[in-house]
Design a protein. Structure first.
Length: 622
């Protein structure tokens, strides 16, 4: 009986093993490509926009990922190890895209060894090599894409600190390879930004640097507001700068363009400092009194946006330092400077920009009943307020704006994305093809400043032997081109936002460090206070001496100094103990995590398995 039971048990185990292998094989066939992403923010799941772009590929695309595997394999540098980890993240994303696109995308990973043909091909295709050390050897981590018509695009180098935009960058490269025509950008401006003839100086007027960059990268189609009835259907993106007193037909043309699904970028301003339109040189007072404000009142109301052309935003926390007439530096609260930390880092328009300058800007907010969504790209801190435009127009001393300064506590949106299913601002119109509401959600980029595009706020233009050299000291031009590049693409590409990063720091360690730093600072402050008290006591004792005793330390001073030195040693010992305790806490945390991952979990699984087997054995015996 015992022999039969052992035979049955062995047979059952063999059958279970065969069934297990069969289930694995069948599941691999039935569930091939099925994945479950449990990461925060679905880090390894492609966005809807990316999937749509991949589904629309109509010709094979070849992607070559260049990575210096051998050159970085034995490096102990932290940045190189981080780069190797990031390479795995990039490759996983490309493989996921390849799985989605099927045979439409072919991925090849190449190691461009130094002085090899692969390295030459990588450099020729636009992939950037970063020097690894004094030997001059370069490491590569870039992507080159080609299509069947010899079109080529490249990402020179994947920077780990730009991981949030990784999916967008790769999707844009694929989108560019599948797009044959150069995007057409409509340009309607109330400012003289393009080249032309200046009747006042009787000389040729040079284009603004922002407009010149735009013309180099895109096909610009000028749009004249006079007599405007509709926007050309060939235009992908319409840029409207300083729309000053547009008539109803022109605003209606913009309205219908947006409802048809066109992408729009609007620059308005309560005080456009370079607005000289209609000014009479013979009457400077009239030119000074003329309004320099622009607005789209009917459209803004229909879109659910509130904007005042009569108010300028002040922000003393972001005030730009300028040189006054006497040469002394002073802060100008109406001229604003925003650093990288102030800009929205998960949006492709503002991510990785360093500095943005604005001057006498307005602001946007959503109306109370607005169904739209306004995402701030640039906004003030809580130390901002607004003043009437007239106060800025006749300003003689910028420092006067800081007198009686009363911040409202509100964060004013100076630039933002407006998203929603927009309705017409002109329901009474009955033109042919009139649309009362958009079929799908639209997107508009709003900027409450036109001076942001002017040369004086971001670039110095110099002429050198007939060549025009641009030396940018701010990122305004990059912001403009980023926005145009983003909005001129398809709606799928625009919908892709910055994602989370795969790097997940242990927050408990950061909390321990912060707590230790707090204790460390308390001890340092205690030491500094005791030093101050000792110096004060020594000075008091010194003041009571005669002239002959000035350079001789009294017993009281000697004792006070000895007490301080003794206390100083004690506090330094306590400071070392704080650091030592921090290291011990981190080591203990690491030990606990290792025990849980290496021993506790396997132990619990083993005990659970043994318990289950014991229970089954008792069931059979019963």
């Amino acid at each position: 009986m015992t022999l039969n039971r052992k035979t049955l048990t062995g047979s059952a185990l063999a059958i279970l093993a065969v069934l297990f292998v069969a289930v694995v094989l069948i599941s691999n066939l039935l569930f091939r490509g099925v994945r479950l992403d449990l990461t925060e923010g679905s880090l390894y799941t492609l966005s809807d926009g990316t999937r749509n772009i991949l589904d629309k590929i109509d010709e094979p695309i070849h992607l070559t990922l260049y990575f210096s595997d051998k050159a970085t394999a034995d490096s102990n540098r932290a940045d190189v190890r981080s780069l190797r980890t990031y390479f795995e993240r990039v490759r996983e994303l490309l493989e996921e895209m390849g799985n989605r696109a099927g045979s439409k995308i072919r991925l090849e990973v190449v190691d461009p060894i130094a002085y090899s043909e692969a390295e030459d091909r990588a450099a020729a295709a636009g992939v950037q090599g970063i020097p690894l050390g004094p030997s001059g050897e370069k490491i590569f981590l870039g992507l080159v894409g080609t299509n069947s018509t010899d079109g080529q695009a490249a990402i020179p180098f994947f920077e780990p600190d730009k991981e949030s935009l990784l999916e967008y960058d790769v999707a844009k490269l694929i989108h560019d390879l599948t797009t044959v025509k150069k995007p057409v950008v409509g340009f309607l401006s109330g400012l003289d930004m393009s080249a032309g003839f200046d009747p006042e100086t009787r000389q040729l007027r040079e284009p603004w640097a922002a407009y010149q960059q735009l013309a180099q990268l895109f096909d610009i189609k000028p749009v004249n507001a006079t007599g405007l009835k509709s926007i050309d259907a060939a235009i992908n993106l319409l840029i409207v700068v300083h729309p000053k007193q547009l008539n109803e037909d022109a605003q209606y043309a913009i309205d219908q363009f947006v409802l048809r699904g066109g992408h729009l970028m609007v620059f308005v301003d309560p005080n456009a400092e370079l607005d000289e339109g209609g000014a009479d040189p013979s009457n400077p007072m009239a030119a000074m009194m003329a309004s320099k404000a622009s607005d789209l009142p009917a459209l803004f109301k229909a879109w659910g946006v509130e904007y005042s052309p009569n108010d300028v935003v002040l922000d003393r926390a972001h005030a730009l330092t300028i040189n006054a007439r006497g040469g002394a530096p002073m802060r100008h609260p109406a001229m604003l400077r925003f650093a990288k930390a102030d800009l929205k880092q998960d949006d492709v328009v503002t991510a990785n920009l360093d500095t943005i300058h604005l001057a006498t800007a307005g602001s946007f907010r959503l109306a109370k009943d607005s169904p739209a969504k306004l995402t701030a790209l640039i906004q003030t801190g809580d130390q901002a307020m607004t003043v009437p435009t007239e106060k800025i127009k006749f300003l003689a001393d910028p420092s006067s704006l800081l007198s009686d300064y009363k911040p409202t506590g509100e964060r004013y949106v100076l630039a933002g994305r407006l998203q929603g299913k927009f309705k017409t601002a002109f329901p009474q119109r009955s033109d042919a093809g009139h649309l009362a509401e958009a079929k799908e959600d639209g997107e508009i980029l709003l900027v409450a400043d036109t001076d942001i595009l002017s040369d004086r706020l971001w670039v110095r233009v110099q002429h050198f032997f007939g060549q025009k050299l641009m030396n940018a000291f701010a990122s305004n031009g990059d912001l403009f081109i980023n926005a145009v590049d983003n909005l001129s693409g398809s709606s799928d590409l625009i919908s892709i936002r910055g994602r989370g990063t795969s790097t997940r720091p242990i927050t408990k360690v950061e909390q321990l460090k912060l707590a230790a730093d707090d204790r460390f600072r308390v001890k340092e402050q205690e030491l500094q206070q005791e030093l101050t008290d000792t110096e004060r006591k020594l000075a008091e004792l010194q003041s009571g001496k005669s002239k002959d005793e000035k350079f001789v330390m009294s017993p009281e001073q000697q004792k006070e100094l000895e007490n301080f030195l003794k206390r100083k040693l004690e506090i330094r010992k306590e400071l070392r103990e704080v650091r030592r305790q921090l290291d011990a806490d981190i080591d203990n945390l690491g030990s606990r995590l290792k025990f849980v991952n290496i021993a506790l979990i396997p132990l619990l699984l083993t005990l659970g398995s043994l318990g289950y087997l014991g229970w089954k054995s008792r069931q059979r015996s019963a």
